[in-house]
Structures are given as structure tokens and as C-alpha cells.
Design a protein around this ligand. Structure first.
Ligand code: 2BA
Length: 106
């Protein structure tokens, strides 16, 4: 068994969770914050059998879009350029696949 952990854009979260649920996967959704932009994103956890991992990743990939986001240069501590913004490309999704040693529901 694997744990798929995916960090996705908040705006894509509803559709991604809806599509995973519709396909029969159990999903847990967490409200998280990116360390770089310090804005909200969403992390989803899906416990699945090994042979389902690629299908889960394909659903997440299909419904996660990359976006350009602006970050004030001041937030990076660059005083001279404090009034400027830096463009950052975010996502689609950052996906981790972890081995699950043990899983049970009690
Ligand atoms: P943030 O940390 O807010 O990062 C947002 C975007 O800023 C990143 O998009 C990346 O394009 C850029 N970025 C992040 N750190 C940077 C740095 N030190 N220098 C320059 N640019 C930087 P993504 O790579 O698509 O990541 C989106 C979100 O996924 C991240 O939000 C973070 O919450 C999470 N994430 C991505 N990679 C991760 C990792 N290896 N471990 C843990 N979380 C990760």
C-alpha cells in the first residue's frame, strides 16, 4: 500500500477531490500553507493499493493547473527592489508517494 500526498492549488482542490472520490478513492483534504509564497494551498492524502497509484496521479495531474503568481520582492528581504514583484510559476501539483508500513481501521 502507498500513501499519495499531493500539494495542489486551493482553486483546483474541489475538482481534484471530487474526481478522486467519484473514482472510488478515499481522500483527506488538509488546509496548508506554502513556505515560499506563504499563501494557502491544499494537501490531499490518499491511501491506495500499489497498482492504483498511477491512476490516482493521472487524476491529480489532469485537474491541477499551473499558474503564475506575483510575490512582493519585499517579502524576500530585497530592500532595494522592495516595490517590485517577482513572478513565480506554481504547480500543477507536488506529489509524493510514500510506502505505508501498516494500515488498519478500528
Ligand atoms: P510555496 O512554498 O509557497 O512555493 C510556491 C512556488 O514558489 C513553487 O511552486 C516554486 O515555483 C516557487 N519556489 C518555492 N521555493 C522557492 C525558492 N526557494 N526559490 C525560488 N522559487 C521557489 P511549486 O514548486 O509548484 O510548489 C507549490 C507548493 O508545493 C509550495 O508552495 C509548497 O507548499 C509545496 N512544495 C513544493 N515542493 C515541495 C517540497 N519538495 N517539499 C514540500 N513542499 C513542497
Amino acid at each position: 500500500m502507498k500513501m499519495v500526498m499531493a500539494i495542489i492549488n486551493r482553486d483546483d482542490a474541489s475538482v481534484v477531490v471530487q474526481q478522486l472520490t467519484k473514482s472510488g478513492y478515499q481522500v483527506t483534504k488538509l488546509a496548508t500553507t506554502g513556505g515560499f509564497l506563504r499563501t494557502g494551498n491544499t494537501t490531499i492524502l490518499i491511501g491506495v493499493d500499489d497498482e492504483k497509484v498511477q491512476h490516482v496521479i493521472s487524476i491529480i495531474t489532469k485537474h491541477s493547473n499551473s499558474r503564475k503568481q506575483l510575490m512582493p520582492a519585499a517579502d524576500m528581504g530585497t530592500g532595494v527592489y522592495a516595490n517590485m514583484s517577482i513572478e513565480v510559476m506554481v504547480g500543477g501539483a507536488a506529489i509524493f508517494v510514500l510506502n505505508v508500513e501498516h494500515f488498519e481501521k478500528v
